[in-house]
Design a protein. Structure first.
Length: 119
């Protein structure tokens, strides 16, 4: 698969995140508890980090890079939301983005090591 083909899923996911961030109001989910939005942030950015990891063809020395990419994208996303009516930038959202990316990549790295696969 070409480099562009490997990057397309991550780019599409980043596009979805951008589109959601550009919405003035997201639907309320009545079953959620206070702070549940942080788990949603962590999940979305965990997926982004894993897609970036897949695009990089994982190597042990680069395992930190998807976390940095997802975190930087999260920071730019929060900055972008400052200019969307009805939305605000929140450093706690960015923290959840970064934590989700780190957790997802950490779980991947641990499973890969435990399963004896070389990276």
């Amino acid at each position: 698969m070409s480099a562009l083909g490997r990057c397309l899923p991550a780019l599409a996911w980043a596009g979805l995140i951008f589109w959601l961030s550009a919405q003035p109001k997201l639907p309320d989910l009545p079953f959620l508890f206070p702070g549940a939005d942080k788990l949603i942030h962590a999940g979305f950015y965990g997926v982004l980090a894993l897609l970036v990891l897949a695009a990089l063809r994982p190597r042990a020395r680069l395992v930190w890079l998807p976390i940095v990419v997802a975190s930087l994208y999260g920071a730019t996303d929060e900055w972008h939301q400052r200019y969307v009516p009805g939305r605000t930038a929140d450093v706690l959202d960015w923290s959840a983005d970064t934590a989700g990316a780190a957790l997802a990549v950490g779980v991947w790295a641990r499973r890969t090591r435990r399963d004896g696969k070389s990276t």
